[in-house]
Design a protein around this ligand. Structure first.
Ligand code: PRP
Length: 183
């Protein structure tokens, strides 16, 4: 039995749920990329935990690299313009790029990143998103090739996801108690 963090209202995805999702995604990706050598691009910081699990669930040869982006503030976030804080160290021309994200909300971060990486002439660019947030009346700007599962529009933390940089180390996905973020 997992010990629930006192700031967490409920567990949305247990460690076992997560293992099942990651295994399924890994099998799907391994089959699709068989005989190729994809470059896994993890978007810091939230995707680190999922990436570490997902890459071990993929059986084909792969490389991994990291990018860090930040939006130019709230107003700019809706325009989808992001600033590259850390670029890739790997040349991606001719490579099969698989961007790994922890959560897709508006999809603006990813749609910007995809456009940017496409300009470098990779062989392909696909997205694996562990979570897609379901916001009523709001369709994400992109449609990822691989999706772990959908989550409701709640304040979720754990498995890489933070609130004010906390809770990324929780091994499950939980819903934060409102009194924690309304403080
Ligand atoms: C989160 C997540 C995505 C982005 C999704 O990152 O990891 O990068 O927001 O939002 P969007 O679909 O509306 O663009 P965040 O900015 O919280 O940074 P972090 O990964 O360092 O926590």
């Amino acid at each position: 039995m997992e010990q629930l963090h006192p700031d967490v209202k409920e567990v949305l995805l247990s460690e076992e749920d997560i293992r099942g999702i990651v295994k399924r995604m890994g099998e799907q990706i391994s089959a699709d990329y068989a005989g190729r050598n994809p470059l896994i691009v993890a978007v810091l910081r939230g995707a680190v935990v999922f990436t570490a699990d997902l890459m071990r669930a993929i059986s084909c040869p792969l490389s991994v690299d990291f990018m860090a982006v930040s939006s130019y503030g709230e107003g700019a976030k809706s325009s989808g313009v992001v600033r590259i804080v850390k670029d890739l160290d790997t040349k991606i021309e001719g490579r099969d790029v698989l961007i790994v994200e922890d959560i897709l909300d508006s999809g603006l971060t990813l749609s910007y990143l995809i456009r940017m990486l496409q300009n470098r002439n990779p062989a392909s660019v696909e997205v694996a998103a562990f979570l897609v947030k379901d916001v009523p009346g709001n369709r994400p700007a992109i449609d990822p090739r691989y999706v772990g599962t959908h989550v409701p529009d709640e304040f979720i933390v754990g498995y890489g996801l933070d609130f004010a940089e906390r809770y990324r180390n929780l091994p499950y996905i939980g819903v934060l108690k409102p009194e924690v973020y309304e403080k």
